[in-house]
Design a protein around this ligand. Sequence first.
Ligand code: ADP
Ligand code: MG
Length: 660
Amino acid sequence: MSQFWKPGAEKPRLLDDEEGGVVFLSSSLSSASSIGYGYASIEKQRQRLPVYKYRTAILYLVETHATTIIVGETGSGKTTQIPQYLKEAGWADGGRVIACTQPRRLAVQAVASRVAEEMGVKVGEEVGYTIRFEDFTNKDLTAIKFLTDGVLLREMMDDPLLTKYSVIMVDEAHERSISTDILLGLLKKIQRCRSDLRLIISSATIEAKSMSAFFHARKGRRGLEGVELVPRLEPAILSVEGRGFNVQIHYVEEPVSDYVQAAVSTVLLIHDKEPPGDILVFLTGQDDIDATIQLLTEEARTSKKNSSGLIILPLYSGLSRAEQEQVFSPTPRGKRKVVISTNIAETSLTLEGIVYVVDSGFSKQRFYNPISDIENLVVAPISKASARQRAGRAGRVRPGKCYRLYTEEYFVKEIPAEGIPEMQRSNLVSCVIQLKALGIDNILGFDWPASPPPEAMIRALEVLYSLGVLDDDAKLTSPTGFQVAEIPLEPMISKMILSSNELGCSEEIITISAVLSIQSIWVSGRGAQKELDEAKLRFAAAEGDHVTFLNIYKGFLQSCKSSHWCHKNFINYHAMKKVIEIREQLRRIAQRIGIVMKSCESDMQVSLLTLLLVCLERISTLYDFPKLMGTCMPSAGCSFVYHVTCSPVLCVCTGRFTDQ
Ligand code: ADP
Ligand code: MG
C-alpha cells in the first residue's frame, strides 16, 4: 500500500483553509454540546438543537410565505424538528397532514422512528412513513408523514393537488435526485392552484438563491398594486447557524490503489493512536462495505496492536430495523464504534459521537449514455462539496479529524466543485411516463430546476413509444400506457407484467419482478466466498438469473419460509420475506388492472418468452434487429433467451439499480 500519513502527527489542515471559505468553524463551543446526548432527556436534547432557536422564525415564515427555504448544517435538527414544530403550531389540525420527503428510503425509516420516539408514539400512528412497497401510516391518525420523493410523486397520480397535505417539506434538496427535481417542478405548479399549501425546501448546502429564483419566477396570482398577498410569493430564506467544530484534514501522501485496504489500515491506525471517539468510514455500497468489514474484523483479530473494543457496523439501505438501531445506539463506555457507510451518512442521517471520518473519495452514482441507452451505477469520484460534508461529520460533538484516502493535489485539481444533478445523468424513461400520467404533455417545456439533456429525453420517448406506452402523438396509450404507469416499477418491467398476461405466465413474471425490485437476495460478507458460490450453483439455471430467482423462490416456499433454509443456502431471509410482501402487492395491483394470475407451471420458456418479448419490442424499434437476431439467436429456446439476458439491452430492461 502507498505511504500514509500518521494520524495525529503531521501538518493537519483546518477545513476552512482549504478554499478560503469559512466552513464548520465553531461559533459556539458550548459545553452542553460536548456532553453525551444519550444522558439528556429527549425534551432537553430537542432544545439543544440549533433549529430550536429559530422555532418562532420558522413558524412565522411558513405562515406568511408560500415557500420557505431553510439551509442548515447536517444535524442541526431540520428533519426531525421542523415537522414537529409545524404540528405543535396546528398545521396538522382538521385531519391535514404534514409531509417531509427524503431521497433515500433508509433515511425515511430512520427519521420516522426517531420522531415517533421523540413524540412518544408508535411509528404508523401520529408519525408514519411510506416508501415503495412499505406503508406505515394510518389514514385517520397520521399527522406527520415521512416519505420518499418518489412516493409523493406517485401519490399525485391519485390526488394531483396533494390536497391532504398542509405543508410539504422537500428535504435534502441539495442532493438533486431526479424525483426531487420533478417534485419541485410539480409543486411549483400546484402552488398556483393552492394558496393554502406551504412548501419548505430544506437542505444542508443548497444554493438558496437559485432555488428562490426558481420558485419566484412564475406566472399567475398577482395582488393589486400595493396590496401584499398572504402568503407572499417571494420565497423566504432562513439560514440556521451551524454548530460544527474544527475538523483537521489529512491527505494521503501518495494515491492509494485499493481504498478498501486503505480504509482498513486507517481505521486500525486511528484506533491505535487516537483518543476515544467513533469512526465513520465513507465507502460506496454494500459490496465494498461488506468486504471492508470482513477485512477489518480479520485484521483487528490478528493485529498485534490493541484492536479490542472495536464495534464494527455497516450502514446502507436494506438493513433490518435491528441493524439500523445498533448504528444509532450510544457506544458503550470503553468501546469505539466504527460505522462503515454509503453516502447516506453524508447529510441524510446524523450519527452522534463521530470524531473521526475516513473518506474514500468515491460514491456510487448513476450514469446514463443516451446513445448506447445504457445506464450504469458506477463508483465515481465525489465532488468537493460532498468531501466537505463528509469531513464535517467529524466535528459534530467536538473537534475531529478527517482522513482523506486521496492526495491533496487530487482534491484541489481533479475533483469537481459540485456534483451533477441526477436528472442530467439518468435514464428518463420513468420520469417521462410519470409526467405523462400526470397529464403533463409538453415535457420539454416543463419548468425544470435543471433541464434534462435533450438526447436523453428523446431516447426516453423512443423507448416508451417502442414499448407501446406512448402513441404517435406522444400521449399515453390506453389501456397499455396507463396500466404501465400504474405499476410502481420501471416501465420495462411493468410492460413485462402486462405481456405475461397474454402468455399465461403472470405468476412467474410477478415473482421475477418482485425479486428484481430488491437489492440482493444473497447474503454477502459472511466470509465464505466458496460456499456462497456453491449455494448459487445449487439454484443456477442455464436460462439465466431470472429463472434462478424463480428456483430460489420455489425453494423458499417449499421450506415453509424457513430462516434456517435461507441461512444454509446463503440467502438473505429478510430479503426473501420482502420479496413475498412485494409480490403480494404487485399481485393486487396486477389484478386491479385486469391481469389474470396464471402459472406456466414448469414451462419456463413461456415466462422467458415474456421477458424476451419486451426486450425484442425495444430491439426491433431501436436497434438493427436482423443483426441482433444473427448474434443472439443461434438456436431457438432458452439459449436464445440466455444470450439476450446477458446483453446490455436487458441489463437496461431489468434496471436493478433504482434504490440506493
Ligand atoms: P438535520 O436534518 O438538520 O441534519 P436531524 O433532524 O436529522 O438533523 O437530527 C437532529 C438530531 O437528532 C441529531 O443530533 C441526531 O443525532 C438526532 N437524531 C436523528 N435521528 C436519530 C436517530 N435515529 N437516533 C438517534 N438520534 C437521532
Ligand atoms: Mg436532515
